[in-house]
Ligand binder design. Structure first.
Ligand SMILES: Cc1cc2nc3c(=O)[nH]c(=O)nc-3n(C[C@H](O)[C@H](O)[C@H](O)COP(=O)(O)O)c2cc1C
Length: 369
């Protein structure tokens, strides 16, 4: 239905064209400086993927406020001191022919005091597995302030020359914590039914739109299902709500784009197909999860995605997006040697981080997920 993964496409409703249907999905790589500014290594890695033919390059998750930092080496977009290096990144991506998005987020209950110097915050007070301490629920005025931080961060990204931002509403971070019934038990207007639990996201989007120009791309990434209390049926409903909130693209983080929703085993349709059916043909949809070769990518497009995101395969194959255009490209699968990854433009810091992903590096964690 949707055409070939390697052909140019105009993002519906925007007039902005992208050279093919591939997206480098956001990937944390721990290479930023202590104050959130980009390092040479992080800029080189992303320029390398733009060189390698991707249509859209997304940065690593980047915190919009110092209180939202979730790990060491995290990219930040919370201060003007970060703009000069952001400019270098954005201009280099553009020169290499790709569009650029900064993924903006706040870690919420997953932003530990050891990094931020303060008690973590979230929709409600929660004590999740794996975190250092119980977080506290945000006050009404703090919620407004944090939403404004997203807007200010987006403004900074536009000033630096990016084509847009991706609001990270997935994977259990602050926006996802607001969306989830388990982590958001508020009884005020920021909680309750889906409309209430998504009000923070809506406010974030309103702040972004009020501070950026009309042509600035605004994408939202969500987890269709998440154990914070996000379900497939509510995510479908949320996606139709977002269409009215002036969102340019919706990105679903499926982890496995070849299966159906885990919480609804009787429905064998892929998650991508279900979103497409719910949204109709016009809403730009990115889908990501376990794509390895060109036929995988084409499958996701044929299921109804307009753009297909990849992460792990692009770490190991810098020119994946160009190479899938040719016949017979069969990208090697993990584990990869550290030397191979260094040759693909990763720094030793990034290689070391990848050792924690099971089965990815020959001398890293051994078993597959
Ligand atoms: C090293 C690494 C870092 C990641 N960091 C982020 C991130 O910062 N933000 C995000 O939304 N997803 C992140 N992800 C998830 C990916 O964007 C992607 O959704 C996931 O890896 C599934 O795609 P894949 O099968 O092509 O790897 C990360 C994945 C990897 C492998």
């Amino acid at each position: 239905m949707a055409g070939s993964v390697s052909t140019e496409w105009t993002i519906s409703g925007t007039g902005i064209s992208v050279r093919n249907r591939t997206v480098l999905a956001a990937m944390t790589n721990k290479q930023s400086e202590e104050d959130g500014t980009l390092s040479d290594a992080e800029i080189n890695w992303l320029h390398g993927r733009a060189e390698g033919g991707f249509g859209i390059i997304t940065t690593a998750a980047s915190h919009v406020h110092p209180s939202g930092k979730s790990w060491e080496g995290e990219m930040g977009v919370w201060g003007d001191h970060q703009i000069p290096r952001l400019k270098e990144l954005a201009s280099g991506i553009r020169e290499r022919g790709a569009l650029s998005l900064v993924q903006i987020f706040h870690g919420g209950l997953r932003a530990p005091r050891t990094l931020t110097g303060e008690q973590p915050v979230s929709a409600s007070s929660n004590y999740e597995k794996g975190v250092e301490e119980e977080c506290r629920g945000l006050s009404d005025s703090e919620i407004h302030e944090l939403a404004a931080s997203f807007g200010e961060a987006a403004e900074r990204c536009e000033k630096a020359g990016f084509d847009g931002i991706e609001v990270h509403g997935a994977h259990g971070y602050l926006i996802c914590q607001f969306l989830g019934t388990r982590t958001n038990r508020r009884e005020d207007r920021w909680g309750g039914d889906l409309r209430g639990r998504s009000l923070f996201l809506r406010e974030v989007l309103r702040e972004i739109r009020s501070r950026t120009s009309e042509s600035f791309l605004v994408c939202v990434r969500i987890s269709p299902e998440h154990d914070v209390g996000v379900t497939m049926s509510e995510s479908l409903e949320l996606s139709t709500m977002m269409v009215d909130w002036d969102v340019d693209m919706i990105h679903i983080s499926c982890w496995d784009a070849f299966t159906g929703a885990q919480g609804e085993p009787d429905d064998s349709r892929t998650i991508t197909r279900r979103f497409r059916e719910e949204l109709g043909e016009e809403v730009p949809l990115i889908s990501t999860g376990s794509v390895w070769d060109g036929s995988d990518a084409q499958f996701v497009i044929d299921e109804g995605a307009d753009l297909v995101g990849v992460a792990r395969v692009a770490i190991a194959h810098s020119h994946w997006a160009s190479e899938i255009e040719g016949d017979g490209f069969a990208p090697e699968r993990p584990p990869f040697t550290p030397e191979h990854l260094i040759n693909q433009g990763l720094s030793p810091t990034f290689v070391d981080y990848m050792r924690r992903w099971k089965g990815f590096v020959t001398d890293g964690r051994i078993s597959q997920k």
